[in-house]
Design a binder for this molecule. Structure first.
Ligand code: NAD
Length: 322
């Protein structure tokens, strides 16, 4: 495993991070014993950054990860989130001071730990700028002073809003998803220079674009437009015809991006842990990669609308209507 500095935190994190949203069955039913094996193997391979959230499986992912990590907590850095819970409940998003203070206690209990290494606002674009600055971040600062959390992060989709918040409050990490992969490299233009200048750790999540860049294809809830999904299917077939799995190509492409501290991929099967770790050292055929990028060029860098209208990036388009 290779390691990099997580911004100015002093932590050294594995370049491949473990995304735990599949543990909450966000991509469908999973084999729980197999998922535990995946976590164990990831730790054996030196993966030391685990990202989860109360939202994933509406607390299921945190509960499972907490159980799987028993006796191993000190081998890894644990990142979880706050403010996003269940879209069907009135408390679906809650960016208030009091909810943040309460939420950390719930996460600590579920994760069976007494400290969260990186505590992140989950999808800032669903909150208002003023509440995030006046309530959410001050509450997180309080938790940092109290020793419940070590570092503060923000996550989300629209890149400009992440930057706007980080320009007003000194966060330790910024995570964006589906923004650095074979069909979208917007992360580099919008956030990488800003993070470098300010010593903020940039985290790339969803290098497989939430399963879009796999043989299985996008789940039904995937927000990408139909034309993106159709074009990616052509690229998947092209790879298959050339004897390579598009996921390996996609992982290599993302892992080669040097401006991020870690790349978080969702895993619940040990075979994926092995494949995604192996690809760090293995090469892919550069000609094949170029051909695939050519196929995907017509649908490159299309961003979808996410969150409150005022927080969207100007170039965003409507989500797909399935
Ligand atoms: P992803 O792009 O990592 O794709 C995960 C899917 O790909 C899962 O279905 C998994 O089984 C499958 N997969 C993994 N390795 C594979 C391989 N080698 N071959 C074939 N299939 C493979 O999407 P993700 O899980 O949404 O993103 C990664 C992590 O990043 C999440 O689990 C979460 O921790 C984090 N994340 C955070 C946010 C946020 O904070 N707003 C948003 C998205 C993701």
């Amino acid at each position: 495993m290779k390691y990099k500095k997580l911004g100015k935190t002093g932590l050294k994190v594995s370049v491949l991070g473990f995304g735990a949203s599949p543990l909450g069955e966000e991509f469908g039913k999973i084999d729980v014993n197999e998922a535990q094996k995946a976590v164990d193997l990831a730790i054996d391979f030196g993966i030391n950054y685990f990202d989860v959230a109360p939202y994933y499986g509406r607390t299921l992912a945190e509960e499972r990860l907490g159980r799987f990590l028993q006796g191993k907590r000190n081998k890894i850095f644990l990142a979880t989130k706050v403010c996003r819970y269940d879209k069907y409940l009135p408390d679906g998003f809650n960016f208030s001071y009091i909810r943040v203070i309460k939420s950390v206690e719930e996460s600590l209990r579920r994760l069976r730990t007494d400290v969260i290494d990186v505590f992140q606002i989950h999808d800032v674009e669903f909150g208002t700028y003023s509440q995030i600055l006046n309530e959410t971040l001050p509450a997180m600062d309080r938790l940092k002073k109290d020793g419940k959390i070590r570092f503060i992060g923000i996550t989300g989709y629209p890149l400009n809003f992440l930057k706007k918040i980080a320009s007003a409050f000194p966060v330790d990490t910024i995570l964006s998803y589906s923004h650095y992969n074979l069909v979208n490299t917007s992360l580099g233009k919008a956030l990488a220079p800003f993070c470098r200048e300010n010593g903020i750790a940039l985290i790339n999540a969803s290098p497989l674009n939430m399963r879009l860049l796999t043989e299985l294809g996008a789940p039904e809830w995937h927000p990408a437009q139909d034309k993106v999904i159709k074009t990616v299917k052509k690229a998947v077939s092209y790879c298959r015809a050339h004897g390579i799995n598009i996921s390996n190509l996609a992982m290599k492409f993302a892992l080669n991006y040097e401006n991020v501290a870690t790349t978080l991929v969702g895993m619940n099967e040990s075979k994926h842990v092995t494949e995604n770790t192996d690809i760090i050292e293995n090469e892919v055929d550069p000609n094949l990669l170029n051909e695939v990028l050519k196929i995907l060029e017509p649908v490159k860098d299309i961003n979808w609308l996410e969150g409150l209208p005022e927080n969207n990036d100007p170039d965003s388009v409507k989500k797909s209507t399935f």
